[in-house]
Design a protein around this ligand. Structure first.
Ligand code: LLP
Length: 453
């Protein structure tokens, strides 16, 4: 077992997060419930911001909103002086509604629609991260149409792909994201961005993967990008002013997970930039990073209520909870593993092996296989840890389950920041036209007296 942030076991042997008893939270707000430890999110923001500022003053940390975004989170991120990585019109809209400064938003995505680009131009977003030549052309024409200068950063594929515990280096990476270095697309895009009247070429971006436990791929990516900056100068005479190295730091889902300390990661990339800048005699670029998971992930927990309990003789015991893949898609999609606690009896030593399953109509809807838990009864509250990133943001309404509420907890107070969806919410956009049956009911082709065809 491991507890993060402000989590502790209270005198009643129950789990407490942000000074709030988890079983009480479940009763008060219902389950499934996303609980976010606000102090831990702020601590993570501060660690990134202050450490980077100290190591490399010309820098900016942006929070990758795709990990977990709603209006309250936008406000928190703004208060913590982070910029915001947004990846859709919906994320832009959410952030603007929350009063987040548009000039501090960085617009990502491999297929921004013309409507999204116009929305971003009109709002005055700080950066457009162009992902392809085709997108750059679209952006140039829409910016000209709107008579707005778009500040452009180019997403480059550095040829390094990293995932948990390993990475690969390839010449030409087969990925839908970014512009290739080896095939000359990245350089062609630089020239295009420099030439377009309504584009301002600001710099380069790369993102090598997510939930990464090794530091070496980050060092390599930083080095490859600095070499490319040197190549750009030698071929065009232009000095790239800005380098965004994306996100990717891993977090702890299981007690045995060993993420690297943020400080070591920041020391390594800033040292690499400094070495390469002096090797190539280049000025230091403005450095941006975009952590998502490592800001929100460990700060989130999901509370569930145990329901049906099924013993499959000689095989396994299954405890079904009142959520599942609809609020946490990661086990079904990636085989992701999680830690689960009995929120009411955290430290019980008398454990049995159970499988925690969801309630969606899908055999793959299993949250945790072979968890060790005290014996459970219907109504007991379970807490799944490290669900702050890519859970709420990837939630669905499969089986017409309403999406859960989100609460921020801090110093003994719980603040509802996203209300639980209601059944009424589920049908809000449904329309009920007078549908005709196959038989039609009438004699004409359309089966309706009103047909004029
Ligand atoms: N910047 C860019 C351009 C990204 O695409 C991402 C994540 C990030 C930053 C933030 O990366 P992080 O620090 O969170 O690793 N749904 C997957 C993760 C997808 C990550 C997508 N991009 C999951 O649940 O594991």
């Amino acid at each position: 077992m491991f507890l993060t942030g402000t989590m502790r076991v209270n005198r009643g042997g129950r789990l407490e997060i942000g000074g709030c008893d988890a079983v009480d939270l479940a009763r008060r707000f219902g389950t499934p419930l996303y609980v976010l430890d606000e102090a831990l999110v702020r601590q993570n923001c501060t660690a990134y911001r202050e450490t980077l500022r100290r190591l490399y003053p010309r820098s900016q940390v942006a929070y990758a909103g795709k990990a977990f975004l709603n209006m309250a989170m936008c406000r928190l991120v703004g208060q913590e002086e982070l910029a915001l990585d947004v990846a859709s019109g919906g994320e832009i809209y959410t952030a603007l509604k929350a009063g987040f400064a548009p000039e501090k938003m960085i617009f990502h995505g491999n297929n921004k629609t013309p409507e999204e680009i116009r929305q971003a131009l009109r709002a005055g977003l700080g950066r457009f991260v162009a992902d392809s030549i085709s997108e750059l052309e679209l952006l140039a024409s829409l910016a000209a149409e709107e008579r707005k200068i778009a500040a452009v950063v180019l997403r480059v594929k550095p040829g390094i792909e990293a995932h948990t515990h390993h990475y690969i280096q390839t010449g030409q990476l087969d990925s839908k994201f970014g512009l290739g270095l080896a095939d000359g697309q990245a350089l062609a895009a630089v020239c295009l961005a420099l030439d377009a009247e309504y584009l301002e070429f600001c710099g380069l971006h790369c993102h090598i993967g997510s939930q990464i436990f090794e530091l070496e791929p980050f060092r390599l990516a930083a080095a490859v990008m600095m070499d490319f900056i040197q190549e750009i100068r030698s071929k065009t005479g232009v000095v790239v002013r800005e380098l965004n190295l994306g996100g990717g730091a891993g977090i702890r889902y299981l007690p045995e997970d060993t993420p690297f300390p943020v400080q070591r990661y920041l020391e390594l990339i800033t040292a690499t930039l400094q070495e390469k800048a002096s090797e190539h005699n280049l000025p230091l670029p403005l450095l941006l990073i975009e952590p998502g998971r490592s800001i929100a992930g460990e700060a989130g927990s999901t509370l569930y209520t145990a329901g049906a309990i099924k013993e499959i003789p000689g095989i396994r015991k299954i405890v079904a909870v009142d959520g599942g893949m609809t609020d946490n898609l990661r086990p079904a999609l990636y085989g992701a593993k999680y830690t689960v606690l009995h929120a009411g009896r955290v430290e019980d030593r008398d454990l049995e092996v159970v499988t925690v399953a969801g309630k969606a109509c899908e055999s793959g809807d299993v949250l945790i296989r072979d968890a060790k838990l005290p014996s459970l009864a219907r109504g007991d509250v379970l807490a799944v840890l490290s669900t702050g990133a890519y859970n709420y943001s990837m939630a669905s309404n499969y089986n017409r389950f309403p999406r859960p509420a989100v609460v921020f907890v801090r110093d003994g107070h719980a603040e509802l920041v996203v209300a639980r969806e209601s059944y009424e919410d589920l049908v809000r956009n449904d329309l009920l036209p007078e549908l005709r049956t196959a038989a039609g009911g009438g004699s004409d082709r359309c089966g309706s007296q009103k047909c004029t065809a």
